[in-house]
Design a protein around this ligand. Structure first.
Ligand SMILES: *[C@@H]1O[C@H](CO)[C@@H](O)[C@H](O)[C@H]1NC(C)=O
Length: 395
């Protein structure tokens, strides 16, 4: 068995026991899967857009959301594929209305969510919203959707919502497999295709059961705006690489690029790792205050093209993965903080025949290297930095 397969095998075996109390439920999920539990046709490539959480947390209002939509368009980011404008926790009143419906916060969202959806749709964008598979959301400022799945899914559809992030707080100790598929079915009945983002923090290894349930699934708890936390999110996510495919992606959490606590070269690593890992590319900074470096990183069309490649194969450590047209994306990462390193990609480790001659395109320098490579490629990489290439076999 090759190393990657062996790792997956070991993980699966280890997980078996932690999942056995859910095995009956998993069978349920499987039998529903035969009728395609989640057949919404969405997420054929990883979703791209913006989400309010990483910068604003629950302190949001409709002005912030509208402004984010405006800047996505005016900055040119929407044309590069960033089309989801996602409202996270904090958009609702603490109590449901007399009919049990969720109510937008009257002070901070006085125009309501439908008006926001209409607003972003007119700009050619899509609107995302947030709910929780529990009794209250994580910020505890609004009710959760547990027990109200069908009603809330219908509400979201009636507002014109296109994306639902479904969190995992205050869940009464009920296992994710007893909560998330109920919302999947509710969304399927709601009459509008809604991208379904499972956010159970990797708790019950959702990569193993997520494909018929959601369009993506978080593989760990939250990211933070620092190097260690960022790199450890993608390392955990890497374990499940074999489970990612068009329609269902591993989600190492949203981007911190532009939030200010990492260096530019560290944000380049962050964005490159997320792109090559086919992670959702959800910007998490204040778009109105983006500096030139932030916009340059988020706008790198060559790196975005790796993320959005139709083959949809997640790259693995040593951080390489196949692209369409027999090309290979490779990312050479120097994790040392204090010294530059020579890093080598051996063709055998990145899925190329050792005799293959390739042309290398540097995705951050935007240049095709004059030298051709065969068998391996060695480059010098600065501390906490990376080089990212697309290798194209030449005849
Ligand atoms: C929304 O929040 C921003 C930033 O905190 C603030 O400047 C603005 O006045 C708020 N607008 C509304 C309508 O609450």
């Amino acid at each position: 068995m090759e190393k990657g397969k062996m790792l997956v095998f070991v993980v699966l075996t280890l997980l078996f026991c932690s999942l056995c109390d859910s095995s009956r439920l998993m069978k349920n999920v499987e039998s529903q899967n035969r009728r395609n539990l989640l057949a919404n046709g969405l997420g054929l490539t990883p979703p791209m857009g913006w989400n309010s959480w990483n910068h604003y947390h629950e302190n949001i209002n409709e002005t912030i959301i509208r402004k984010a939509a405006n800047v996505l368009v005016s900055s040119g980011l929407s044309e590069l594929g960033y089309i989801y404008v996602n409202i996270d926790d904090g958009w609702g009143e603490m109590t449901r209305d007399i009919d049990g419906n969720l109510v937008p916060d009257k002070k901070h969202f006085p125009s309501g969510i439908k008006a926001l959806a209409d607003y972003v749709h007119k700009k050619g964008l899509k609107l995302g919203i947030y709910a929780d598979a529990g009794y209250y959301t994580c910020a505890k400022r609004m009710p959760g959707s547990l027990g109200y799945e069908e009603q809330d899914a219908k509400t979201f559809a009636s507002w014109g919502v296109d994306y639902l992030k479904y969190d995992n707080c205050n869940n009464g100790g009920i296992k994710p497999l007893q909560r998330y598929p109920i919302m999947t079915r509710a969304l399927m009945k709601a009459g509008r295709p809604i991208y379904f983002s499972l956010c159970e923090w990797g708790d019950m290894h959702p990569a193993l059961w997520g494909f018929p349930v959601g369009n993506s699934w978080r593989t760990s708890d939250d990211i933070d705006d620092n190097w260690e936390r960022m790199v450890s999110r993608i390392d955990r996510n890497d374990v499940y690489a074999d489970f990612a495919k068009p329609g269902g992606w591993n989600d190492p959490d949203m981007l911190e690029v532009g939030n200010g606590k990492m260096k530019k070269h560290e944000y380049v690593v962050h964005f490159s790792l997320w792109a090559i890992s086919k992670a959702p590319l959800l910007i998490g900074c204040d778009l109105g205050k983006m500096d030139d470096d932030t916009l340059e990183i988020l706008s790198n069309a060559e790196v975005i093209a790796v993320n959005q490649d139709p083959l949809g194969v997640q790259a693995k450590r040593v951080w390489a993965g196949p692209l369409s047209e027999y090309r290979v994306a490779v990312l050479l990462l120097n994790k040392f903080s204090d010294r530059r390193s020579e890093i080598t990609a051996e063709w055998e480790d990145i899925g190329l025949d050792p005799s293959t001659v390739v042309q290398a395109r540097d995705l951050w320098e935007h240049e095709t290297l004059e030298r051709q490579f065969v068998g391996k490629m060695t480059v010098t990489v600065e501390p906490h930095s990376c080089k990212m290439y697309v290798l194209k076999p030449i005849a």
